[in-house]
Design a protein around this ligand. Structure first.
Ligand SMILES: [Zn+2]
Length: 116
């Protein structure tokens, strides 16, 4: 995977793949990616020196799906006005992970049923 641009509901986002040490918001922050809605940038961390995952390319795709869901929710106006008892649902990491993990399966079913 390499740097690219993606259209999120009419807004162009730049996707960058960076080494942990080259980005202060990655370096030592225990995260593999983040979305900066103010600059419309999605940053995905390249494999860290101490990472033991065998399929890091697959892992990077799941991170990117996660960050894309954050961007879709932000561009939908759902980022900060979704308060529930456990905080705003649209910035809840578990909910975002659910979308990021399940969306390929959902899209597969939609394709099988010719719903797209
Ligand atoms: Zn997140």
């Amino acid at each position: 995977m390499k740097d690219c641009k993606v259209n999120i509901l009419g807004t162009e986002y730049n996707v960058f793949f960076r080494n942990e040490k080259d980005d202060e918001r990655l370096d030592g922050k225990y995260r593999d990616g983040y979305t900066d809605n103010s600059t419309h940038e999605i940053i995905i961390c390249n494999k860290k020196d101490d990472c033991e995952l065998e399929d890091y390319e697959g892992w990077k795709k799941s991170i990117l799906r996660h960050e894309l869901i954050h961007a879709f929710l932000f561009e939908s106006g759902l980022d900060s006005s979704s308060v529930s008892t456990c905080g705003a649902w649209a910035v809840n990491e578990e909910m975002v992970d659910w979308f990021a993990i399940q969306s390929p399966k959902i899209c597969k079913v939609f394709n099988e049923l010719d719903l797209l």
